[in-house]
Design a protein. Structure first.
Length: 501
């Protein structure tokens, strides 16, 4: 079919579209993505599910390149031969697959944001108590808390997403050859529905939103709405023009569709990346959040004020509410259970006589003196940390029926590892890779019964087993406390004497 409006004009338009896409728009999008890619391992970006954003952008860029190449074949800039027709078909399949995969990534990200928003709404309503004391409050476990390990788990959904993308790759040829490439647009209404659900669910929830997650999602909605209208019109217009068999009309339709789709991809990539980076870079406290968790970020005065806050009932509840607005509840929840575990082991050591008579010093150890001294210094504060009376005792720590007296500490430690540290765990905390690897080696060896790994499982060693995690969570909580200090609620608590002035 000759796609010619006026001889030469169609080819010129297709070549211009290809040139602008490859030489201008593609480098522009890569420039948008670069800052986010460079910071992909930082905590603040993990909170934003940056992996899904980068995957989404990559798939849409692949679609954009595919559309640009497809336009050369469709408008016969490249002479039509058996080889070029095969190349055109392959490019169409890749473009349809990349489009569907990109939509799946952003839909998965929308779902995770929606799920985590509901989790944090529950946390703001003090449902965090049920996370600690799961045994005694089963009736209070809501849908979002009950299925957090699967439907709200990032790694689980990424594996499910991979399977869906693989299946979509297998059916893409069917869509292109037997149905229509436009069928991939069916993913778009689902995306828009997810956005609307998220928007209406969170519109009355006043997030502190330090990570700008809701702000970005709502901005994406601004991008989606006009494109939704254009694509719906294009979907019906394409079938109408094809049914008339009007070559000129089809060329105008096809070229317009290419242009609109490519512009939309650039707009969406910009929204997913550059706009977010500019927002975060403009906030000095956000930059502080992106520093290493092991760095000394706050003063002793702030640390002392945080200790006092954790011991005061009203102040503790207010701070937990603040953390729910920052999507950072796992920092406090893990610290609570690690501290309770540490204090449980301390009590066992006191009973066994390996703690000083006053019960104020850390356990006595005999080997690896220098390393043990450093561990003791880190653990002194957490072993004596006082938590508010409103904090329930962890059901993991309180359960004395999980093992014999010889291995009960190891069993409880393993449960805490599975809950907070193991890759893909329900309340996975952000710690440095070296610390996570050391913990993984230790607890995998215990689970498998590997006798080749020489590890110290004594109570004195287990007293310090979570010290690295406690240190990193403490640093992150001090960062959150620094932002909490900007709130009016902080001033109110100061006036009540709940926080040091």
């Amino acid at each position: 079919m000759p796609y010619l409006l006026v001889p030469g004009i169609t080819e010129l338009a297709a070549c211009s579209l290809f040139g602008v896409t490859i030489l201008v728009l593609l480098p522009l999008c890569i420039w948008f993505i670069r800052p986010m890619y460079q910071r992909r391992a930082l905590l603040v970006y993990k909170k934003r599910y940056v992996g899904l954003s980068l995957a989404c952008a990559a798939f849409f860029l692949l679609e954009m390149v595919g559309l640009a190449i497809s336009s050369l074949c469709m408008f016969e800039v490249i002479p039509s031969t058996a080889v070029t027709r095969l190349v055109h078909s392959i490019v169409q399949i890749v473009a349809v697959w990349a489009s569907g995969a990109g939509f799946m990534c952003i839909e998965t990200r929308f779902w995770l944001v929606f799920y985590e928003t509901n989790i944090n709404i529950l946390m703001a309503e003090e449902k965090w108590c049920t996370v600690l004391d799961m045994k005694n409050n089963p009736a209070e476990q809501s849908f979002f808390l009950r299925y957090n390990q699967t439907l709200g788990n990032y790694r689980f959904l990424c594996r499910f997403l991979f399977v869906c993308i693989l299946l979509h790759f297998m059916v893409s040829p069917v869509i292109v050859f037997l149905v229509s490439a436009n069928l991939s647009m069916i993913l778009y209404p689902l995306l828009f529905i997810l956005f609307m659900v998220l928007h209406f669910k969170t519109r009355n929830f006043e997030f502190y939103d330090e990570f700008y997650i809701l702000a970005e999602v709502r901005w994406i909605g601004v991008v989606l709405f006009p494109i939704a209208v254009v694509w719906i019109m294009a979907f019906f217009a394409g079938y109408y023009v094809q049914s008339l068999g009007h070559a000129v009309g089809f060329v105008v339709y096809a070229f317009s569709f290419y242009v609109v789709t490519i512009v939309y991809i650039v707009w969406l990539v910009y929204t997913l990346t550059k706009w977010v980076c500019q927002k975060m870079d403009s906030d000095p406290l956000m930059m502080m959040m992106m520093l290493s968790a092991s760095a000394e970020q706050t003063t002793t005065t702030i640390a002392t004020a945080l200790e006092k806050l954790l011991a005061h009932r009203d102040a503790f509840r207010s701070f937990m509410n603040h953390l729910s607005h920052e999507y950072s509840m796992e920092c406090a929840l893990s610290l609570i259970e690690f501290v309770q575990f540490k204090q449980m082991v301390r009590d066992r050591l006191r009973e066994n006589g390996t703690l000083d008579p006053a019960g104020t010093s850390d356990p006595v150890v005999t080997d690896g003196a220098e390393q043990q001294k450093q561990a003791t210094t880190r653990g002194e504060m957490f072993g004596s940390l006082i938590l508010a009376e409103c904090v329930p005792r962890s059901s993991i720590i309180a359960d004395d029926t999980v093992g014999s007296d010889d291995n009960i500490v190891r069993v409880k430690a393993t449960k805490l590892y599975n809950k907070y540290i193991k890759v893909g765990s329900e309340w996975e905390i952000n710690i440095c890779s070296d610390a996570r690897q050391q913990m993984t080696v230790r607890f995998d060896a215990y689970r498998s019964g590997d006798s080749k790994v020489d590890l110290d499982w004594s109570d004195a060693a287990m007293y310090h087993v979570f010290d690295d995690c406690l240190t990193e969570m403490w640093q992150l909580l001090k960062c959150s406390f620094g932002r909490f200090m900007r709130k009016a609620e902080y001033q109110r608590l100061q006036s009540l004497g709940a926080i040091a002035a």
